[in-house]
Design a protein around this ligand. Structure first.
Ligand code: ZN
Length: 341
């Protein structure tokens, strides 16, 4: 299994990132002078010892669920961890990461055939859905799972066509992959200290990056993440003009300004890097969505921050779609940017 596939297949909802952290530690140990895991669970790799400190951050967590209750008949109700659209849930296969091992489940609901006409028009809310693990009673289900067990979408990874791949947890194992590759390719002699952070709990409030940025106190920071592609039916050009395969994207602003507003110095460094290395880029102006950069730039006295991301279709769903060319170009772009900073 190649590294990106391994990252996407690994389980890691917010607060349960250990399996992904293990892969990150293993990868960073090959390229960093020092690798540690902080009290929050963030993986922190350091390379070099120059005066200038540059922080790269890629969140390790994925969206998922947590078992909330087991009913009389042995069905599980659940809460969502992170932002998931209720429309994608019905009939999906999930894995309950139970203490005794993986339990396969199918998300069920009252089937459309039995719904009244007006019921069918509405999206079934996640509170009305349940996970079917094949148990026939509460007692039986309790032998398999416990309340509080984390649940992920069933792992999947593959190729649609050519460079176009799909997978679970693409947000943000792509960022993790880009970061590991950048650390691999950094020049041996570098007049800076580069920190590579695999951050925890981004999807539930950008938490890991906050504590890591405080500890490191970098001069510059770049978040490596995914962003919404707008090249599928039903999305207008003015809603999103990003296309997969047309290059990584540079964020100018997130969440209409409530997220990061990329610092001009960082923006210049990324722009120069793209021109110098002739890497195609797209510009991302977002009305919704935030990344770790949104919290890093608010740390201490303000840390100039920016985002390099890979346009991705169907974010936060069971399978997201992206173009491998954008991933490889994101590696090159980040590498050049680090050199510029
Ligand atoms: Zn993300």
């Amino acid at each position: 299994m190649d590294l990106l596939e391994k990252l996407c297949m690994a389980p890691g909802i917010s607060g349960y990132e250990e399996c992904v952290a293990d892969i990150m530690v293993e990868g960073l140990k090959k390229t960093c002078d020092e690798v540690r895991v902080d009290g929050f669970g963030n993986v922190i790799g350091r390379r070099g010892s120059g005066n200038k400190k540059i922080m790269l951050a890629a969140h390790m967590d994925e969206v998922g669920f947590l078992v909330k209750n087991i009913n009389k008949e042995g069905y599980l109700s659940f809460v969502k961890v992170g932002g998931i659209d209720d429309r994608v849930l019905y009939s999906q296969r999930v894995i309950v990461k139970a203490k005794k091992g993986d339990i396969v489940g199918v998300i069920g609901a009252k089937p459309p055939h039995l719904q009244k006409a007006e019921e069918r028009k509405k999206v079934i809310q996640h509170e009305e859905l349940f996970i079917d693990v094949g148990a026939t009673s509460k007692k039986e289900a309790e032998k398999m799972v416990e309340i509080g067990d984390p649940v992920i979408f069933e792992p999947n990874y593959g190729i649609l066509k050519g460079d176009i791949h799909y997978g679970k947890a693409v947000d943000n194992r792509l960022g993790c992959y880009v970061m590991l590759k950048v650390m691999e390719k950094l020049p041996k002699k570098l007049d800076a200290t580069v920190y590579a952070i695999g951050s925890c709990q981004e999807e539930v409030g950008l938490k890991g990056a906050r504590v890591a940025a405080y500890a490191i106190n970098p001069d510059y920071a770049i978040a490596l993440d995914t962003t919404l592609a707008g090249d599928t039916p039903g999305i207008k050009e003015n809603e999103s003009n990003l296309k997969i395969g047309k290059g990584p994207s540079i964020t100018i602003m997130e969440a209409s300004g409530r997220g990061v507003i990329t610092h001009p110095k960082v923006r210049d460094a990324i722009n120069k890097a793209s021109k110098k290395a002739k890497i195609p880029v797209q510009i991302d102006v977002l009305e919704g969505g935030m990344t770790d950069a949104a919290i890093i730039y608010l740390t201490r006295e303000g840390i100039p921050s920016g985002v390099i991301s890979v346009p991705t279709r169907y974010l936060h769903g069971p399978s997201s779609v992206f173009n491998m060319k954008d991933v490889n170009n994101a590696v090159k772009l980040t590498l050049e940017t680090v050199k510029n900073l």
